[in-house]
Design a protein around this ligand. Structure first.
Ligand code: COS
Length: 392
């Protein structure tokens, strides 16, 4: 069990209450219809879940990653997609948090804090030909006088169709590879921005994932985050911050499936005894619970390290933040996949039907092994950090 501060205990309690009272009753219907749950997003806004990255003067928690993980874990326990929407939104705010100047922060944070309208943000890095190989992005930015012109296509962007602000990465000189990449904030109503194809997904249904197309979108230096060429560092710093939160989501999904399977094993009778009385089931449940607890410990260890506010890439690398973040994500996502699959197994034929929630949890768990960097990419990041001291 986690040893939480009073503040974090309170946040966890609020998130648990919202998850149980507001999200859980909607989980099955959202998965069946795929309708984007704006009503839940409005509740999240009221509860501050969309402000977690904002400074305190805007009602936020100043980028507290532990709080983000607690909120996402509690929401994910009851339903994947409704946890992904605030997760992707907060990930979208991370590049602002780590690299925007004061005027940009004031402008964007004021929009997020606007009482009458709910703004969402999306992080737009991936492209059709640049998923894991992110630095080979084709989206281009050309400078002409005071203006930048953005052209290209981003793909599989979570919140793409519903966000009003996009954080977009583009290269001005592919020969420079990572050093040619810059980051911009782009608003949905800028001329030349269109929302492309919407993906029909296996899981996380109800959270949108779309293409974004930029056709000669005119930007100014006010849209540029950090300096020209800082984009790669901003993207990597963001991923180091966000990966533990994906880990927390995976822990939540796994815990939800475990809880359901345990209750089922206690009630279901076969061969004249409860499933829970079979040693085979006991061993499965013991392993599932141990894995979930170990994943949780790794997630909150990484989150605690990030809460030391080491946002520059050099500092992050020096203390191994990239490694620990990747470990939290890869381990938790693999645990979520294993535990949800075992939960389906414990429920047997029932587990394979849509009448029970564990098949949905299994489909949702799969996403956590893929997004925010596939689990293979996480292993590359971990191994590179381990061998870094031997490199020149
Ligand atoms: N934190 C800090 N720095 C990182 C980093 C991380 N997590 N991962 C890579 N870097 C740095 C490297 O240290 C290197 O620094 P230098 O240029 O100073 O040497 C730089 O980034 C470029 O790295 P590299 O040359 O290894 O680039 P590659 O293109 O070979 O691959 C990976 C880098 C694969 C790690 C990167 O492309 C990646 O993270 N891909 C996954 C992208 C992703 O997560 N997409 C999901 C988006 S949201 S759904």
């Amino acid at each position: 069990m986690l040893n939480l501060s009073e503040k974090h205990g309170m946040i966890r309690m609020i998130a648990e209450k919202i998850a149980n009272e507001k999200v859980a009753p909607r989980a099955k219907e959202i998965d069946a219809t795929g309708a984007f749950p704006w009503d839940l997003v409005d509740i999240y806004k009221k509860q501050g879940f969309l402000y977690l990255m904002l400074p305190e003067r805007f009602g936020g928690l100043d980028g507290d990653i532990t709080s983000l993980c607690l909120v996402i874990e509690e929401l994910a326990k009851v339903s994947g997609a409704p946890s992904l929407i605030p997760l992707a939104h907060n990930v979208g705010l991370m590049p602002i948090m780590v690299s925007a100047n004061e005027e940009q922060k004031e402008y964007i944070y004021s929009k997020i804090a606007e009482p009458d309208k709910t703004y969402l943000v999306a992080f737009a890095l991936s492209e059709p030909d640049a998923g894991s190989d992110a630095s080979h992005m084709r989206t281009s930015v050309t400078k002409d006088g005071h203006y930048y012109y953005l052209n290209g296509k981003k793909s599989m962007i979570t919140n793409g169709a519903n966000a009003q602000i996009y954080i977009v990465f583009a290269n001005s000189n592919p020969k420079l590879r990572t050093r040619g990449i810059s980051a911009f904030y782009v608003e949905r109503d800028y001329p030349g921005v269109t929302i492309g194809k919407s993906e029909d997904k296996m899981g996380m249904i109800g959270s949108d994932m779309t293409e974004l197309i930029f056709d000669n979108v005119r930007l100014t230096k006010d849209n540029l985050l950090g300096k020209e060429g800082d984009g790669w560092d901003i993207a990597m710093s963001t991923l180091n911050l966000s990966r533990p939160a994906v880990g927390a989501q995976a822990v939540g999904i796994a815990q939800g499936a475990l809880d359901y399977a345990v209750e089922y094993a206690w009630k279901r009778v076969q061969f004249g005894q409860k499933l829970a009385d079979f040693e085979g089931i006991q061993f499965m449940v013991a392993d599932m619970a141990t894995q979930v607890e170990a994943a949780r410990a790794l997630v909150y260890d990484a989150a605690h390290l990030l809460d030391m506010k080491v946002y520059e890439r050099d500092k992050m690398s020096a203390i191994g933040v990239d490694k620990l973040s990747a470990m939290a994500k890869v381990f938790s996502a693999d645990v979520a996949m294993k535990v949800t699959t075992d939960a389906v197994q414990i429920l047997g034929g029932c587990g394979y039907t849509k009448e029970y929630p564990v098949e949905r949890m299994m489909r949702d768990a799969k996403a956590t092994q893929i997004y925010e960097g596939t689990n293979q990419i996480q292993r590359i990041v971990i191994a590179r950090d381990i061998f870094r001291k031997f490199m020149g």
